[in-house]
Ligand binder design. Structure first.
Ligand code: ZN
Length: 167
């Protein structure tokens, strides 16, 4: 990066690069979603629909006797944001307790809808920092539903609800 020039110019350059990086992460997960499979014997599952965009996902989750998410996967079709978000979610919540996953969903939802979401507050952690790549949806309220669809489905699956819709 060029280090000469006024500070403001450098800052904008940085923001542009950051945006590109975010886009790359979203495209990568959108094209090559992780944990994109249906388990042989799904324990719990829930379908999520986002009629506004046409996104559809089914989230499969296996929870052990200690309420720990031992496996999570999904299938679905939709826009890059909905698939990328589902893919990242499966990577992030695996190994977490249900309570931790729900807390992450809460933070993620806040990050997608609140302009001044502060990453430095006490409940900020590595996981929510990873999800920051999706926070750009904040500027496009319609896209918030794409980004949170898989999380809603996960929430429904662990609560024993079969199907959710963002409408
Ligand atoms: Zn979508």
């Amino acid at each position: 990066m060029q280090g000469i020039g006024n500070g403001k110019g450098d800052l904008w350059l940085m923001l542009d690069e950051l945006r590109e990086l975010y886009q790359e992460v979203i495209l990568d997960h959108g094209k090559n979603p992780r944990n994109f499979r249906r388990p042989d014997k799904p324990k719990r599952e829930a379908a999520g629909k986002n009629p506004l965009c046409g996104d559809q996902v089914v989230v499969y989750v296996d929870v052990d006797q200690n309420d720990c998410i031992v496996d999570v996967s999904f299938l679905g079709k939709g826009c890059a944001i909905s698939i990328a978000s589902a893919s990242m979610m499966t990577e992030i919540v695996k190994g977490k307790s249900i309570a931790e996953a729900k807390a992450l969903f809460d933070d993620f939802r806040k990050m997608c809808t609140t302009d001044d979401f502060d990453l430095n507050d006490e409940n900020s952690d590595e996981e929510i920092e990873r999800l920051q790549v999706l926070s750009g949806v904040r500027q496009f309220p319609v896209r918030v539903k794409c980004a949170t669809l898989a999380w809603h489905a996960l929430d429904a699956a662990v609560d024993g609800v079969d199907e959710i819709s963002t409408e």
